[in-house]
Design a binder for this molecule. Structure first.
Ligand SMILES: [Zn+2]
Length: 236
């Protein structure tokens, strides 16, 4: 059978609702949660709006550093970049792949670098001046432990982080990382963040302590958003 016919037949088959099994650490051990295609589509829409706030637009380029197991948010960010018509390169976020980040950064001159890790920065610091490298990049979205390192060398970085099953993304106001209040309920208990699934999620998740030190801010952000923000101790 011709390949086109095979694909046409495949499209008529039922598609399972399950897109990913998310695995994330909590205060009491690892937890699994199902993620459906419909939820992934909503997460992608949310990430698209956040990246648009950072000025990402068609014609620019981006570099994403993420690991395969982070697909539950990486997929949403990739979907957002596609929706915004921003071509991207992907490097692994683990330290051993820092050279790929350096090559993509040189070749793509990206408008945005998304997901920089402290491990990548540590690798890069051995071969280049990371301040010089990233000060010229208009949008740097870095993981919590990488943010103080970048700010220390004069790079204006905003936080991007998985927080339990949710993605937290700081807007250009840089006053805490926004989480999607329509999908997740964040709280704090004894200085630690908790999360519960919103009513619209397929997999129930009662209030769960995440073992992450931080605070939740629910007042309106300077950007005009009413999405709650998490202030992660690691990022400060
Ligand atoms: Zn904001």
């Amino acid at each position: 059978m011709a390949r086109a016919d095979t694909l046409a037949r495949a499209r008529t088959l039922d598609r399972p609702e399950l897109a990913y099994l998310m695995r994330f650490p909590t205060a009491d051990g690892v937890r699994d949660l199902e993620l459906t295609w419909a939820e992934l589509a909503r997460d992608t829409e949310w990430a698209t709006a956040r990246l648009r706030e950072h000025g990402l637009a068609a014609g620019q380029r981006a570099l994403l550093t993420a690991s395969g197991f982070e697909g539950f948010w990486g997929h949403a960010v990739i979907g957002a970049l596609r929706a915004l018509k921003v071509p991207y390169g992907i490097a692994e976020a683990m330290g051993w792949d820092h050279r790929r980040t350096a090559v993509f950064h040189r070749e793509l001159t990206p408008h945005a670098v998304i997901g920089l890790s402290a491990e990548t920065l540590e690798g890069l610091a051995g071969m280049t001046d990371i301040g010089e490298m990233f000060r010229s990049t208009p949008v740097v979205l870095a993981r919590p432990t990488a943010v103080p390192v970048l700010r220390g060398v004069g790079v204006t970085a905003s936080v991007i982080s998985a927080v339990g099953p949710a993605l937290a993304l700081e807007c250009p106001e840089r006053s805490g990382a926004h989480v999607n209040g329509a999908e997740w309920r964040f709280g704090e208990r004894d200085g630690q963040l908790t999360v519960a699934a919103g009513e619209g999620r397929t997999s129930p998740l009662p209030e769960t302590p995440l073992g992450i030190t931080g605070r939740v801010v629910v007042s309106r952000c300077g950007c005009g958003s009413d999405n709650p923000r998490v202030l992660l101790a690691e990022a400060n």
